[in-house]
Design a protein around this ligand. Structure first.
Ligand SMILES: *Cc1c(COP(=O)(O)O)cnc(C)c1O
Length: 384
């Protein structure tokens, strides 16, 4: 029997991947063993089967699987022929990969501020960033809205701006896959969508993986060529410079099993997040979801008064409760990126959030007792 003291400080997982294994681990192991026995490690039948199911899930015509979310973003910029002298607009409050792929093509990332309520790309700041890019002689080419922490960006506002300036819309739904905007799933919005199957994402593999979703058949043909060294009619004809960026068959087999229960897991995440909201509303700024959106809650992120966050993290850590800060330094202040343009001399919302947000443990299998322990510790720490 565990003593109450041990139970109160036993380490909690930030994202409990083992809990999901307890549910479908044996099915996944069998699927992986089937791939191992087939020896079709690359381009096995599971890859195509997964692409078909993924596209159907998202409501997109096509899914092109690939090696990671970062490669999904890069493949799209390559397929569109993005080049030096062109501007690609990215929120500054995101994971680095959103902007990292832009200099691969010699193009210029231009950083945009985010909204106070949803932490997603601010359409007014996007307009300013476009003017900054034009004033610097750059050609506005692509906007990459990010569905941060699981919530789709404000596509009602962003799509018309993109249309006005002739920008391609590349949705980065690495955190938001499965979420909806006006009842449309991410993957069926914009010109194309990139997503990630990194193990900690809501739909994660047992290694790296990613996918592109789109309705554009011509784009799909180019993407499939690019992910196989720019191949032409066959493997031995190269019609363009590509890369090796396939999803391997083992990961596709794992993802087929996980996709089968993903809808249920999204519902569980929603229930857990709303319960956090109800329990924490009085002590912190809890996440706001736009009424037009539904989130998959890749993160559960609260906002605190300036100066409180790091002390809270330390107190929780002492009780075995892990937290994370996404993101401590916005992109436009990162050493590798601070020479690129931004919508303004400062991006005030990104810079404030970087000091004030903290993410609590969330995953589809977080039980109420564990959640109560987390909530109780947060409340005691904030009251102290
Ligand atoms: C995780 C992530 C990526 C990159 O995905 P990988 O599969 O790790 O390459 C890109 N954008 C965002 C917003 C992410 O969170």
């Amino acid at each position: 029997m565990t003593s109450p003291a041990t139970a109160q400080t036993a380490p909690i997982a930030f994202i409990d991947l083992a809990a999901q294994r307890a549910r479908i681990g044996s099915r996944i192991d069998e699927a992986v063993l089937r791939v191992l026995a087939s020896c079709r490690f690359i381009n096995g039948p599971e890859v195509t089967a997964f692409e078909e199911k993924l596209a159907a899930f998202a409501g997109a015509k096509y899914a092109v699987s690939c090696s990671s979310g970062t490669d999904a973003l890069a493949l799209l910029l390559m397929a569109w022929g993005v080049k030096p002298g062109e501007a690609v607009f990215c929120p500054a409050f995101t994971f680095c990969a959103t902007a990292e792929v832009v200099p691969y093509l010699g193009a210029t990332p231009v950083f945009v501020d985010v909204k106070e309520d949803t932490f997603n790309m601010d359409p007014e700041s996007l307009e300013l960033a476009i003017q900054v890019a034009i004033a610097q002689g750059l050609e506005p080419r692509v906007v990459i809205p990010v569905d941060l922490f699981g919530q789709p960006a404000d596509y009602d506002a962003i799509l018309p701006i993109a249309e006005k300036y002739g920008l391609k819309v590349l949705c980065d739904t690495a955190q938001g896959f499965g979420g909806t905007w006006n009842n449309k799933r991410t993957g069926s919005i914009g010109d194309a969508t990139a997503t990630s199957f990194f193990p900690a994402k809501p739909l994660g593999a047992y290694g790296d993986g990613g996918a592109i979703l789109t309705d554009d058949a011509e784009l799909v043909a180019v993407l499939k060529s690019l992910r196989e060294h720019g191949q032409g009619v066959d493997k031995y004809q190269n019609v363009r410079i590509g890369m090796t960026a396939r999803l391997d068959t083992v990961q596709a087999a794992v993802l087929l099993e996980k996709l089968a229960i993903f809808e249920e897991e999204i519902a569980a995440r929603e229930r857990i997040a709303l319960r956090y909201n109800a329990l924490l509303r009085d002590v912190a700024t809890v996440p706001v979801v736009d009424p037009r959106a539904s989130s998959v809650w890749a993160q559960y992120t609260i906002r605190l008064a300036p100066g409180v966050r790091d002390g809270l993290a330390d107190k929780l850590k002492a009780e075995g409760i892990p937290t994370a800060v996404y993101y401590r330094l916005p992109m436009h202040l990162q050493p590798a990126y601070r020479h690129y343009p931004a919508a303004g001399a400062i991006l005030p919302v990104c810079e404030a959030l970087a000091e004030e947000v903290i993410s609590l443990p969330i995953h589809a299998y977080l039980d109420e007792a564990t959640q109560d322990r987390i909530v109780d510790a947060v409340k005691r720490a904030l009251a102290a």
